[in-house]
Design a protein around this ligand. Structure first.
Ligand code: HEC
Ligand code: HEC
Ligand code: HEC
Ligand code: HEC
Length: 439
């Protein structure tokens, strides 16, 4: 049984912005979100009323590049077979409105109506991808050498798999498996399947996300720290997912940059305990709990408080606390607090908060919080996405208000500000109760 997380329709901010949904479609989307909340897994339901039969006829103009059944005829033409219909429709809209730029696809999408897109999505989603003789691992990643400068480098599918499944703590590269699923079979409608996709295409997209040529807040952030070697390794992994799937992924060597010492952190935490509590469970609700918080997130906040300014974090109480901390101090303090256990929060179960947290709100461009903060509010420690379960209602409220007004602007690429600006006071009240009650 997959965690509920995988069954939630995740709407990333600009996903929603570029997604001008007609009434019928957004009604359907609402229904899907609603039924998901009640435990029905309508995971592979296509968007709008796509007619696969009509789509087949319309796909004639796509066949030259994407093949008659959606298997790209060359490695630079992505496979569409077996891709989620919702994702295909979203990309066609993005090519049409220019938010995803490609000189070949722009004219293809320009003449398509919403109905055409839905039909094409339905048709390709039904096709099987298993017929594709994806390049083998030996030639796949290597077929698209990352940079001519490094001839000695041979892409390794196992290292790619390791990065895909575990991410890399030390470089804040998030585990891709969280969103794209095991071996690239994603069960979340807007997260594309990567399995059996041409590796050359995957590598090109990762580079486009890295350079921000292709815009997606989440993917831009994740690709930011990837090297050409990482990208080639990921490509090599997908060149032959099925062949390497049975191998056990090697966890990449990813100790935190400094071997952070919990005991040393405890000693240094003496100055913090007056406000944050001896074990990181603050007694006064306006002070955040640090217990169980991700170490990477804590260390980043301390560095942000120390830095201050436009991209830092500004707080008159914390600024002097962080001013004299070295990087090593920050790592040790982070290790200590992150190793503590968070106590239950002061929030109460809240139905409206739960709905928004798990399902987001497509019309109001509110991304489902669960995508980044986790089903139990545990966050994604590797990605530096904070845990919010058990945190006090008062503190959570203060932070959402700060993101909403832009007073707190240390979130990369405006990830939180983009969401918070669409929240009402009522939403914030409901969400903070729910988040605080999570454990
Ligand atoms: C002349 C070749 C060509 C034709 C014809 C063509 N495409 Fe494409 N398509 C491409 C290329 C190249 C890309 C990759 C663009 C990039 O690198 O971002 C692409 C990308 C896509 C994607 C995004 C896939 C993903 O995984 O993100 C979709 C969806 C798509 N095409 C659908 C279609 C449909 C539907 C048609 C017919 C109406 C069509 N294409 C016709 C070349 C073509
Ligand atoms: C929080 C969820 C999330 C995580 C984690 C994530 N992705 Fe993505 N990824 C997405 C979404 C959503 C898209 C589609 C973006 C769009 O609509 O254009 C995407 C698109 C992609 C694409 C383009 C696929 C195509 O068909 O064009 C690739 C390649 C990709 N991701 C690779 C990765 C890799 C590698 C990692 C790990 C380092 C990763 N992703 C982590 C959500 C995620
Ligand atoms: C006088 C009270 C006080 C002391 C002492 C104090 N803090 Fe804080 N801390 C705060 C307040 C208030 C905030 C919330 C600031 C805001 O609203 O942005 C905070 C926020 C934080 C955050 C961000 C938490 C989050 O969830 O984003 C971290 C991390 C942190 N403090 C660590 C420390 C450490 C480590 C020390 C000791 C070196 C320390 N603090 C000492 C009051 C204090
Ligand atoms: C795309 C990922 C993403 C989504 C979706 C998301 N968040 Fe966040 N959130 C973050 C990141 C990253 C941070 C920390 C930013 C930083 O300081 O580095 C954060 C921080 C927060 C904080 C402050 C935590 C603290 O300890 O100070 C709160 C509260 C929060 N988010 C609530 C929400 C709510 C409510 C939603 C849904 C309406 C949501 N988030 C959706 C990524 C996300």
């Amino acid at each position: 049984m997959l965690p509920l997380f995988y069954h939630i329709i995740i709407k990333l901010p600009e996903t929603v912005r570029n997604f001008d949904q007609p009434e019928a479609e957004s009604q359907l989307m609402k229904k899907i979100i609603f039924s998901l909340l009640f435990g029905l897994s309508l995971v592979n339901v296509a968007s709008a009323a796509g007619d696969a039969q009509a789509g087949k006829t319309k796909s004639a103009m796509c066949a030259a590049c994407h093949g008659t059944t959606g298997i790209g005829v060359a490695p630079n033409y992505p496979n569409l077979a077996g891709q989620h219909a919702d994702y295909i429709v979203k990309q066609l809209k993005a090519f049409k409105d220019g938010s995803r730029q490609d000189p070949v696809m722009a004219p293809m999408a320009a003449g398509l109506s919403e109905q055409d897109m839905a039909d094409l999505g339905a048709y390709f989603a039904e096709q099987s991808r298993s017929g594709d003789k994806a390049e083998t691992a030996a030639t796949g990643g290597a077929a698209a050498p990352a940079a001519p400068a490094a001839p000695a480098f041979v892409p390794d599918p196992l290292i790619g798999k390791g990065l895909y499944e575990y991410g890399d703590n030390s470089r804040t590269i998030v585990a891709c498996i969280n969103c794209h699923g095991k071996d690239g079979d994603s069960e979340v409608l807007v997260n594309p399947n990567l399995s059996r996709q041409h590796s050359q295409y995957i590598e090109k997209q990762l580079k486009n996300f890295r350079s921000k040529e292709r815009v997606n807040l989440a993917m831009n952030t994740f690709a930011e720290n990837m090297t050409d070697e990482d990208i080639a390794n990921i490509g090599a992994y997908f060149a032959d997912t099925k062949a390497v799937a049975h191998l056990k992924a090697k966890k990449p060597v990813a100790p935190l940059a400094l071997a952070a010492d919990v005991a040393a952190g405890k000693a240094k935490a003496a100055t913090c305990t007056a406000c944050h509590g001896a074990d990181g469970n603050a007694m006064v609700p306006m002070y955040p709990k640090l217990a169980g918080q991700g170490a990477a997130y804590i260390a980043k906040q301390l560095a942000d408080f120390k830095m201050g300014g436009k991209n830092g974090r500004n707080d008159p109480v914390m600024a002097p606390m962080a001013a004299n901390l070295s990087e090593q101090d920050m790592q040790e303090l982070a290790s200590y607090f992150s190793a503590q256990k968070v106590s239950p929060g002061n929030g109460k179960a809240d139905e409206a908060g739960k709905k928004l947290y798990l399902g987001g709100d497509v019309e109001r461009e509110v991304t489902a919080c669960v995508a980044c903060h986790g089903i139990k509010g545990e966050g994604m420690p590797h990605a530096g996405f904070p845990a919010i379960g058990g945190q006090s209602v008062e503190y959570l409220t203060a932070q959402l208000e700060k993101f909403r007004t832009g007073e707190r602007a240390n979130d990369k690429n405006g990830m939180m500000r983009n969401i918070a600006m669409n929240l009402s006071k009522k939403d914030i009240a409901a969400l903070t109760q729910y988040m605080s009650s999570l454990k």
